[in-house]
Design a binder for this molecule. Sequence first.
Ligand code: BDR
Ligand code: CA
Length: 329
Amino acid sequence: MFDLSTLFAAARASGRAVPVILDGDPGHDDAIGWMLAKASPLLDIRAVTSCAGNQTLEKTTYNARRICALLGIDAPIAMGLHHPLLSDPITAGNIHGQSGLDGPRLPEPVGELSPLTAVELMAKVLRESAEPVVIVVTGPETNVAALLLAHPELKPKIAGISVMGGGIAYGNWTAAAEFNILVDPEAAEIVFSSGLPVQMCGLDVTERALIFPEDFERIRAVDNGVARVVAEWLDFFYRFHRTLGYAGAPVHDPCAIASLLHPELFTIREMHVAIETRGEYCRGTTVGDTSGRLGPANARCVMDVDRDGFAALLLDAVKAYNGWEVPQA
Ligand code: BDR
Ligand code: CA
């Protein structure tokens, strides 16, 4: 099975950045993932697209634009679909707040929102790119599924899709389903059955990517404009998760970036992942099969992480913003 680790190893060896589209529903952990992406010379961010998920599309789009202003991401930003393909929307204001990104003040958006839809912008980036592009999805997979349905001819221009979503062992929104997949199971089904290389960071790994107060205090001490905001986001995320009994903040979405850049920190297993789109209790479940009963492997599932290495990666990434003047909030 072609794997994205091979692509990134080649990029590292040649010193050429991999073109990437960031699609998400920011969200504190999406934002921290994008911080990691912008800090890496291995990634060339060609577009940012918003999807409905943690909050309404209007809110996640506004957040995406504010995050890009904070981080100095100057790629075009486009708004995705308002609704999952077939389901009613679900939001997660209980976790991310009314704005979808409650906590520290952020700069206002710089520049205009793209007049294109997310699907149109993704298609344009793919068409214009000389090399295949990696799509990183840290929200429900609605936009990417719509892209695949509308433009099957562009599949050869997609190097692979790295998703945060699902969980082989358990869920977090229902007993069996994780939030991003539950919001739009039909979209996830389209992505996982696309035949494209899919790397999945489910709860199996992301709930081991725990960040503790000593980690975010180290980040805060870096004391640049981005580090201070990231420390606040982590603090916010930590305080919420403590109320649920977590030992630390499970920093889900950055795993979808970190596992591309540093696969040596992660344990990855190939398997077939089927998406349950029906079921009274299990809609949105990612069913992992290594027996061959459900078919050959269609995904590389990230199952574990070197937690200390991951925390060190976040710390190093915020240091990359030393000298960057964050626009006034
Ligand atoms: C996922 O749900 C969202 O709340 C987070 O941003 C993450 O993408 C974790 O289940
Ligand atoms: Ca997210």
